[in-house]
Write a protein that binds this ligand. Structure first.
Ligand SMILES: Cc1cc2nc3c(=O)[nH]c(=O)nc-3n(C[C@H](O)[C@H](O)[C@H](O)COP(=O)(O)O)c2cc1C
Length: 174
C-alpha cells in the first residue's frame, strides 16, 4: 500500500513520530512518503496515496492553524481516502487528560469539516529547554496543572512508541 504521512510539528515531537512511523510502515511492507504540511503543503501527493496518516501536535488547545487550513481546503480529497489522525498532546499522556485530548480532535473536525476514518491520541513530550518563558507558563498552566503533574521543569518524553506503532499497523491492516 502507498502510505502518505502528513505532519505538522512545532517543537519536533510530531516530526519524530513521523520518522519513527516511516520506518515501521516500510518494515510492514508498504511504500511511504512524508510531507511537512507547514512547509510543503502544495506538494502533498494526495492522489498518489492509498491511505494517509496525519500527525499533528496541539498547542493552546488546538492543532496548528495552517494545518487546519490544509484540512479544510483538501477535505473532499481526504474524505475519499482512508485516514488516520494522530493527535499529539500532553493531555493524552494522562488518564484524566483523555477527555480533554479527545476534545482537541472533535474541535478540529468542527472547525475544518474534516473527519478522519480513525483517530489515535498520542502522548507528546515536555521540552522545556526549547520553550520561551511564556511557552513554559502555558504548558504548566494549560497542560500540566490540569493533570496534576508536578515535575514542571524537566524535559520528558511521554510518547509510548510500541502503542503508536501497534495502532498504526492495526489501522493499515483494517
Ligand atoms: C506553548 C505550548 C502550548 C501547549 N498547549 C497544549 C495544550 O493546550 N494541551 C496539551 O495537551 N498539550 C499542549 N502542549 C504540549 C504539546 O502538545 C506537546 O509538547 C507536543 O509533544 C508538541 O509536539 P511538537 O513538538 O511536534 O510540536 C503545549 C506545548 C507548548 C510548547
Amino acid at each position: 500500500m502507498k502510505v502518505l504521512i502528513l505532519y505538522a510539528s512545532i517543537e519536533g515531537q510530531a516530526l519524530k513520530v513521523t520518522r519513527f512511523l516511516q520506518k515501521a510502515v516500510r518494515r510492514a511492507g508498504h511504500t511511504t512518503k512524508a510531507v511537512d504540511v507547514n512547509v510543503k503543503r502544495a506538494e502533498a501527493p494526495l492522489d498518489w496515496a492509498d491511505c494517509l496518516i496525519i500527525v499533528a501536535s496541539v498547542h493552546r488547545r488546538r492543532h496548528p492553524v495552517e494545518f487546519e487550513k490544509f484540512l479544510t481546503v483538501n477535505r473532499d480529497a481526504l474524505h475519499r481516502k482512508k485516514t488516520l489522525l494522530l493527535s499529539l498532546s500532553l493531555c493524552a499522556a494522562f488518564p484524566q487528560g483523555q477527555e480533554e485530548a479527545q476534545s482537541y480532535v472533535a474541535e478540529l473536525s468542527e472547525r475544518t469539516g474534516f473527519t478522519p476514518t480513525a483517530d489515535q491520541l498520542v502522548a507528546g513530550a515536555l521540552q522545556f529547554k526549547k520553550y520561551k518563558d511564556y511557552e513554559a507558563q502555558v504548558v504548566r498552566f494549560v497542560a500540566l496543572n490540569l493533570n496534576e503533574y508536578d515535575e514542571v521543569h524537566e524535559d520528558k518524553e511521554f510518547t509510548d512508541w510500541p502503542a503508536v506503532e501497534a495502532g498504526v499497523l492495526a489501522f493499515l491492516e483494517r
